[in-house]
Design a protein around this ligand. Sequence first.
Ligand code: ADP
Length: 194
Amino acid sequence: MLNIILFGPPGSGKGTQATRLKDRFCLKHLSTGDMLREEKSNGTELGLEAKRFMDAGELVPDHVVIGMIAVRVDEVLNKGGFDGFIFDGFPRTVAQAEALDKMLSERETAIDQVLALKVGEEELVKRILLRGETSGRADDRDESIIRNRVVQYEEKTAAVANYYAQFDKVTYVEGEGGIDEITEALAAGIDALV
Ligand code: ADP
């Protein structure tokens, strides 16, 4: 299996790029943001619990996200028909990273590489506000919520790259520029693994 974490701040293009890379490398794309929004719109208990954190631009508690993704990983593994995972928006804390590593090792696989997109804060805010015009996401429309998401990233999520760097598993990719160009840079990072 080939398991990739697509890493980076909110608005760095993880979702856009993951959608392109999953087809090229036959990977399953697992986005915790998408899963949480689905839970929210289905009005599940989990969705209701997550809502107040998401609406404020805070992180949803680790146990909620870890439990949710474990269920999905097993569903996908049982079904088969793909070569690995591309994780998008997960792990977002070191505790989530440790839980993911444990989860994968219990299933006799592991993270191969973290591809980390680099984008400056002003560009992130600009992109998310633009996305907010069409995404239907309330958290994309309010600049103070967007800036709080960037703060959460810096305070809690950036450390995930350091966690994987100790295993020599992080590749940084420039995330500003043309979408195709960034896809090619990420694909080169994956090609280097296979
Ligand atoms: P973005 O990358 O633009 O912030 P996401 O769709 O990845 O968008 O996440 C939206 C929101 O969902 C986050 O602000 C957070 O509240 C919640 N969320 C998503 N993934 C996680 C996670 N792994 N841990 C905690 N909260 C998460």
